[in-house]
Design a protein around this ligand. Sequence first.
Ligand code: DON
Length: 304
Amino acid sequence: MDLQNLLDDIVGDIQPFLGQGAAADYIPGLATVDTSQFGIAVATRGGEVYASGDATVPFSIQSISKVFTLALVLAGDDDSVWKRVFREPSGNPFNSLVQLEHEDGIPRNPFINAGALVVTDRLLSLTDGSAAEAVRSFMRDESGNPGIDSDAEVAASEARNSHRNASLAHFLASYGNLENPVDEVLDAYIAQCALAMSCTDLALAARFLATNGRRADGTAFLPASQTKRINAVMLTCGTYDAAGEFAYRVGLPGKSGVGGGVIAVVPNNCTICVWSPALDRSGNSVAGVAALDAFTTRSGWSIF
Ligand code: DON
């Protein structure tokens, strides 16, 4: 298959979707982005990169970071994090508060905000307080881009508007489900979400999910069985209350972020990252999901 040709075709076909939906505005630092942008990049398991559109423009990775914190925790710890967070789809918005009380402070999965706060808390404990730095350093190493960093303006904007996440974190603490002070957990979580990366950077950084857990330098990061599990949780929970629709349309493990990025994995084959800032009501990029739909439909590269 001519991947470059396919990506260029998708950039052409996606034009009518650009600007459908709206950029996230509950974090004001994300609201001013130009919604006519669209990028797509594929990184093969061997490390070749194919890209088209705005694939080298950095954007705010937001919840895509949650996959990497989970992977770092599973790589550095035993399985005990699964006593503190479930792995079932929530059927609720990513920042919902209601389920947490019904379920005694154990979040439904590691990709809704409550679950991600627990995972970041665990990574803080494992790294002596350097969770965000650990994520950043993994991103730099895997993408080969040493310039990757947190966008200070986006982080400050989220920090000023983090009442919901602060509520979730205090709630978790009230159930004894945080090991570190709420403020430290929130700071680390906000810093990991504010990482600015391009489609090319992210496709490369996520490649361990398509290589049975191998890092870019060939060393083992995670056992194949753990990689399988992360991909499974991405499939069932990675796009929140739209995970069923995403599986139906795209048929791949995927993880979205409110910056408009989505990563998807074709196990043993490649990773794909798409980006376009305008979101649907569940917080997933409209053009990004349409592009992944077109990618798997035209390539036949789906897990189903
Ligand atoms: O915590 C938040 O609300 C944001 N930092 C991340 C949310 C997000 O990206 C949800 N994904 N679609």
